[in-house]
Design a protein around this ligand. Structure first.
Ligand SMILES: *Cc1c(COP(=O)(O)O)cnc(C)c1O
Length: 364
């Protein structure tokens, strides 16, 4: 190889097999769990599909709480496997209502599984997970939480809350690689998964993944992806150096500062701070404004806005403060650029007041 074409990534060594188990243990610590942790060599959507596929069977009654397109997909995967899915959808792009969950559980005493998403990146909302898990726990229901967009941004103590399966990805708050994911599995969840005739011989089979646990956690099944695992290890190193509590606090502060900045600007945050994701903040555009035109007007400022995803979210602009972006300069840039975008479209925005409001959140 000539020096012009040499690249360290093309000669990366294999990831040492003895370190997979330690990565799983470090993720278990992040999740606050003594449950098994599986490492999945694919992005988190595959882990979600694997959970649904491995659990689904005819006659299994599942309450599937839908607050974004991910929840809809999850229900479809369960139905594909023959499960009896009761879908409970929130108001478009809003958090689910705990009373609605309680009513649904009371109406179906034979419910075996409940699935929900903790925080949504599609609409930037936070679901009342703790209250919902308490309802499920009291009924002995196996619980599944999509924590991809909440791990590292919100408190998530899997064992304290009684989460049977928590699915995470490193690519959001943990600022890690997107090419792999992980999940924790309780013994109650393994019992359901290990039933007779559970799927095997598939990338979506958790029973296949369990072979790694049963074999003493050496080499992962399949060809392993060294670059992804080195990157995950680096992300965990950084997380541990900063401290999980600090990372969560940093995201909380970014969310509060963004919210306060938007209000000072004269804009309308989509939900109250306690109902919002700490990773992204949604702001609702007035009827008169075109979301794409706003994105274009703010584009020269180089901040990362996007339009919300899913029903009810197409007039929401998402301000991203995830991972390494959860800090003062990005929050300030986001809100300022949003204000400039509004002004360029002919709307009012009090940028000076917004800057002051954000600075106050970071000034201590
Ligand atoms: C980001 C995210 C995922 C995973 O999606 P990717 O395509 O892996 O980014 C799953 N669930 C939620 C709630 C998410 O925010």
């Amino acid at each position: 190889m000539t020096s012009e074409t040499w690249n360290p990534l093309s000669t990366a060594p294999p990831f040492p097999a003895v370190r997979y188990a330690s990565i799983a243990d470090r993720i278990a610590k992040v999740l606050g769990t003594r449950n098994d942790v599986l490492l999945i060599q694919a992005e988190a959507v595959v882990a979600l599909e694997a959970v649904a596929t491995s659990l689904a069977r005819p006659g299994l009654k599942v309450l599937n709480i839908v607050t974004s397109p991910y929840g809809l997909w999850f229900g479809n995967w369960l139905r594909r496997g023959g499960a009896d899915v009761i879908e409970l959808a929130a108001e478009p792009a809003r958090p689910i209502d705990v009373e609605a969950v309680e009513r649904a559980l009371n109406a179906h005493p034979d419910m075996k599984v409940l699935a929900l998403c903790h925080a949504e990146s599609a609409s930037c909302i936070l679901n009342p997970m703790e209250d919902i898990l308490a309802l499920a726990r009291a009924r002995g229901i196996v619980t599944i939480v999509d924590a991809v967009a909440s791990v590292g941004g919100h408190d998530l103590n899997v064992d304290e809350l009684g989460v049977d399966i928590a699915i995470i990805g490193p690519q959001k708050s943990l600022a890690g690689p997107a090419g792999l994911s992980a999940l924790s599995v309780s013994s109650a969840a393994w019992q359901l998964i290990s039933r007779e005739g559970g799927p095997t011989g598939s990338i979506l089979s958790l029973l296949d993944q369990k072979i790694w646990l049963d074999a003493g956690r050496g080499t992962l099944p399949g060809t392993t992806a060294p670059l992804e695992f080195f990157a995950l290890e680096a992300a965990l190193d950084r997380l541990e150096a900063e401290g999980l509590a600090s990372v969560i606090a940093r995201h909380g502060r970014a969310a509060r500062a963004t919210h306060a900045g938007l209000i000072a600007l004269g804009a309308e945050p989509w939900v109250k701070p306690e109902k919002g994701s700490h990773l992204v903040t949604a702001v609702e555009l007035s009827e008169a404004a075109d979301p794409k035109a706003l994105l274009a007007a703010a584009a020269p400022l180089g901040m990362e806005f996007s339009i919300g995803v899913g029903p009810g979210a197409n007039r929401l602009i998402r301000l991203n403060h995830t991972g390494l972006r959860a800090r003062f300069d990005i929050v300030l840039g986001n809100v300022t650029a949003y204000g400039i975008g509004l002004r360029r479209l002919g709307f009012k925005a009090d940028i000076a007041a917004a800057v002051e409001a954000i600075a106050l959140h970071y000034g201590d």
